[in-house]
Design a protein around this ligand. Structure first.
Ligand SMILES: NC(=O)c1ccc[n+]([C@@H]2O[C@H](COP(=O)([O-])OP(=O)(O)OC[C@H]3O[C@@H](n4cnc5c(N)ncnc54)[C@H](OP(=O)(O)O)[C@@H]3O)[C@@H](O)[C@H]2O)c1
Length: 356
């Protein structure tokens, strides 16, 4: 079978390994691009591809990314993909640790129904209730006593049948957990979640589950909304940067952020900086070298996790007291609702002259 996997982390990487081990052809994607998946591809023989390619890989597509990132998937991810293709969601909603507030889920919508609405395609919920390490190691031959069972929920019988067949192939007993409207029975903190039960135990646990979200599994008053668009995130960053709120600006960057400013070495802000601590120094140093006279954002182009903004600035260079102005374009790449890469194009020659 041909299987696309969108997300190559703990679960996506594990499913790539398990599906390859039983002979399926796997097309795996992440947010940073296929070139970052060379190791997994070499190890498993999977094809490293883009998310669009994974969505078009063939018979089954597994979406296995943090809930917070689902709204950032390209809107046309499944455009033109055949209706029969089975789409699987492995997600769990962790409002406090990772995902922020998702109002619909807080109001009682099953997590996978929310994912289904984001993707605009019917989905099957599976693989969400087992730890990645256990999915990798606990598979057993069919008929082995105590074989761990995995519940599967969804509205289309033939889709569930196919996913259940895959689960059996990789060493687990599949259990039909009903329609997607019942899929709250599989969510975090239910009896079937992370308990590695056998088929009888899973059936019992599904029946005993209560449709309630305990307070510790809810977002708090302070949880920000997940549905913040990449453009809003970039605007918030600019606001924090310009008001001198260094901590807030840094809080909007990933830990491994890469900051590129090309230009002449006599301009102190030029260079490639890696990680928040190096970018902290860049942000703190900026007002020691420049007084901002004007900063205008022109147009914003958003595509998936990438944003390009155009605009212009006028600065007073403090060490030389010269003024400099330039058009600019900044390319941002976002990950997990944060800025992971910043690359500015500006008149670097004018800046070089202003510092001489
Ligand atoms: N870990 C577990 O034991 C476990 C068990 C059951 C269910 N789950 C659930 O399954 C989902 C995935 O969990 P995980 O632990 O595998 O996550 P993870 O280890 O954090 O990996 C997430 C993966 O998603 C990719 N990704 C993020 N945003 C993307 C985007 N917009 N487009 C394409 N790829 C994107 C990431 O790529 P980059 O690295 O390139 O950003 C990364 O490969 C979550 O909802 C989680 O709650 C996890």
């Amino acid at each position: 079978m041909k299987i696309g996997i969108i997300g190559a982390g703990q679960i996506g990487g594990t499913l790539t390994r398990r599906f390859r081990a039983v002979g399926h052809e796997v097309f795996v994607a992440n947010s940073r691009g296929p070139e970052t998946l060379a190791q997994l591809a070499t190890e498993t023989g999977a094809h490293a591809v883009t998310s669009h390619e994974a969505a078009r890989a063939g018979d089954v597509v597994v979406v296995t990314i943090p809930e917070i990132n689902v709204p950032n998937l390209p809107r046309d991810l499944f455009a033109g993909v055949r209706d029969e293709v089975v789409i699987v969601d492995t997600g769990n909603y962790y409002p406090r640790q990772r995902d922020g507030r998702i109002d619909e889920i807080e109001s009682g919508m099953p997590e996978s129904r929310w994912v289904e609405l984001q993707l605009g395609r019917p989905i099957v919920k599976a693989f969400n209730n087992i730890a990645a390490q256990h999915l990798l190691n606990l598979g057993k031959r069919k008929g082995t006593p105590g074989r761990v069972a995995l519940p599967v929920a969804g509205d289309r019988a033939k889709d569930k049948k196919l996913v259940m067949q895959l689960i059996d192939e990789i060493g687990f007993d599949p259990v039909d957990a009903g329609a997607l409207s019942e899929s709250w029975r599989l969510q975090p903190a239910t009896p079937v979640h992370a308990t590695d039960l056998d088929a009888e135990g899973v059936r019992r646990a599904l029946a005993e589950a209560k449709n309630e979200r305990k307070p510790e599994w809810r977002a708090t008053q302070n949880s920000t909304s997940t549905l913040v668009s990449p453009t809003q995130i970039v605007q918030e960053y600019f606001k924090a940067f310009q008001s001198g709120d260094v901590e807030k600006a840094l809080g909007m960057l990933t830990d491994d952020v890469v900051w590129h400013v090309q230009g002449a070495p006599n301009v102190p802000t030029v260079g490639v900086r890696h990680g928040k601590e190096e970018v902290r120094k860049w942000i703190v140093n900026f007002p020691l070298n420049f007084k901002q006279l004007n900063f205008e954002v022109g147009r914003t182009f958003e595509s998936g996790n990438e944003i390009i903004i155009t605009g212009r600035f006028r600065l007073l260079v403090l060490p030389t007291r010269r003024e400099v102005g330039s058009e600019l374009a900044i390319h941002f790449i976002l990950r997990d609702g944060k800025i992971a890469s910043y690359k500015i194009l500006e008149d670097s020659y004018a800046l070089h002259l202003a510092f001489r």
